[in-house]
Design a protein around this ligand. Structure first.
Ligand code: DC
Length: 233
């Protein structure tokens, strides 16, 4: 696939936040954008997923906030940016594939509602991105993790389209597809309705509705915004 423009040289290292609901295309766009700019792509959701996996393994209730924070404090959760996306390490083990499975996906949605869990995650995510030159994606990057980010994108899409994309991505059909769609709606609801840092566009975010856009078009639009930011400094 050809990129919108090659040999991009950007002089200053921005902090770029990409937030939005599941299935809007954040991960792919964030990873391609980071590659184009020579930046590091950090998937904040993978950290919630890693903690959720550890809670499953240690049989800790997803509702026990104090135990989850203690678990986080006693874990080594690391994101290793690679050309193909983030490698997620939990206590030194590569859990990148395992954390995409359905039980972990559901658990991550539940552990992420707790304010103290979020505070732990936010402080680590800030430390990881403080130097700039990052594209961090998640749900609260522009509102909470980096409220002063140089560029904030809220990437959205029609729920039906997001569900279809997810099915295609995971090559899912039939009755399994109905389950995946229901899971996605429930996670969406939890993300948007939680009391702490609900999924919402930052007031200064550029909202991009990708429902009728190709991946290339979205990427091009965000890259253009990044260039403008650099020009304005
Ligand atoms: O982006 P993802 O699907 O990998 O995220 C997994 C879960 O973590 C998702 O249910 C929402 C939550 N999450 C969050 O609350 N805040 C973030 N910054 C990133 C993810």
């Amino acid at each position: 696939m050809s990129e919108p423009s090659e040999n991009t040289v950007l002089p200053r290292k921005l902090i770029i936040a990409i937030d939005g609901p599941a299935g809007a295309g954040k991960s792919t766009i964030a990873s391609r954008l980071a590659r184009k700019l020579g930046y590091v792509n950090l998937e904040s959701g993978a950290m919630y997923r890693a903690l959720a996996l550890k809670a499953i393994e240690k049989d800790i209730s997803f509702d026990d906030e104090a135990a989850l924070v203690k678990l986080a404090e006693n874990s080594r959760i690391k994101l290793e940016p690679t050309l193909g996306g983030n490698r997620t390490l939990l206590d030194g083990h590569d859990v990148s594939s395992r954390i995409r499975e359905r039980d972990v996906t559901e658990a991550a949605s539940r552990v992420s509602v707790h304010p103290a869990v979020r505070a732990w995650m936010v402080s680590h995510q800030r430390a990881m991105g403080a130097g700039g030159g990052i594209v961090m994606e998640g749900r609260d990057i522009g509102t909470k993790v980096f409220p002063d980010a140089d560029l904030k994108i809220f990437l959205d899409a029609d729920p039906v389209v997001r569900e279809q994309r997810r099915m295609e991505q995971q090559k899912i059909k039939g009755h399994v597809a109905a389950n995946v769609a229901a899971d996605l709606r429930e996670r969406d609801r939890r993300d948007r309705e939680r009391a702490t840092s609900p999924l919402v566009a930052a007031t200064d975010a550029a909202v991009i509705d990708s429902t009728k856009m190709s991946e290339d078009e979205v990427l091009e639009q965000i890259e253009e915004l990044a260039r403008k930011k650099l020009g304005a400094k």
